[in-house]
Design a binder for this molecule. Sequence first.
Ligand SMILES: [Zn+2]
Length: 458
Amino acid sequence: MKLTIQHDLPQSSLTDLIVSFAKHFVEPDFVALRDIVSKDVSIVLYEKESRYGIEAVLEYFEDWQIRVGDTFDCEVRWSAQFSQPEIYFTSDKINQAYILDIQDSKIRRILLTPRSFSKIGFSIDEIPYNVGFIEANAPKEIEPIANHYFCPICGKNSEQLEWRTGIIFKDGPGWGKKTGLMINASICRECNTVCEVSPDRSVKHILSMTLEQQRKADEGMTAEELSHYVGNTMGNKKTLSVTTLDSHTNELSKIGMSFHSVLNKAVKDHSSKDVFRFLDKLSFNNKLPNKDSEIKLHVASHDVNSMGDESYFYIGDEPNIDNELHKKLYADPSVDAAWQIYLLFTSSTVMPVFWHGGYIVRDYIFDEATINSIEAGFDGEKPLECFDLRGLSKANLLLPEVLMSADGRTADVYCTYWNDWGGLMRDHVQILFLKNGKVRLTQIEPLILFEYDCGILF
Ligand SMILES: [Zn+2]
């Protein structure tokens, strides 16, 4: 079995333990597995049965490996549903995953689950819905179901959770098409969290609505009725209560906020002077003074290009300008310098844009509470209002972070932003501080926390 690890897996002690489990499982090394698995471990085989105790679980692993041989590939990747890494097994026919429930650095439960429940989603890679959304769309209570997902917060098993049933619409397949599936959902009341949403496989009840049908249905509704539907369209009802995040910042995010207000003023004044006074760890051409005369600010305008324009800092005189300032700057290695380089490098994404320049615009998450009010597109749709993002907060994936390498020469900068044509992304830029005082930037593919596209084309 081949093992791969997702390139930008969020680092934590939990991640380390899950990666070790995957390595020992793939080898396989049952002696090493014994060290990290609790004696009272259990394995939940989704919708089938549970097995209890370390001997039964290791025996199950052994049987499985003999049975499947080398037909599976294994990958450790991020599960948005559980806000922790999953161990994902793929073969030609099957996509399934292990979710590990870890307590006191030992694995106490393993859930073997299909990775995705249908063509339109309901997968462990999706951010969980919030309780209000499930209450609005799955109003009918049903008997608890055994051998399903446990509560990701307190670990209560599926029989102890509240279960509901209803219909949830999702996009696709096909543009503008909505598909509604009969679902069962479980809620942990104590943790105020939705633990699972999966299609009810005992009923083949699929509703499909084209954009045309949605429009017709919408036209027949009053404004009052429409206000009960998410995104003002037929299908899912508006969430009854929204799970919001409290105000939470860190030192880097506070610097980010101050920098963005300095940028605002710079745009108003058409001057870069205060911006480079703020970025006090950076210098250009190896000398500090005269920054203002050297570095100029272009503010996006419709005069430049009728197709669109962005704002940026540059060196030189028109038409021979250079706006790749990071290639010109000098800095001593430090967390502060790395963060200032990132803020400068991404400044175009928060300054004015014109027409198709709009694609680059980002809302940076410098206070977790601002995520509650993110709006997308032209009609003020709130794409995150049905979801519960507390897992991302708990996994430290919302506020900025700078990690210096052991030799102090490389900084990994992580920062989360919203973009209407991508969604919620965990940006990653690697900054190498060279011996000659210059820096080298590498943009690493961001981790997509919540995929979204507002559908607008400029
Ligand atoms: Zn719970």
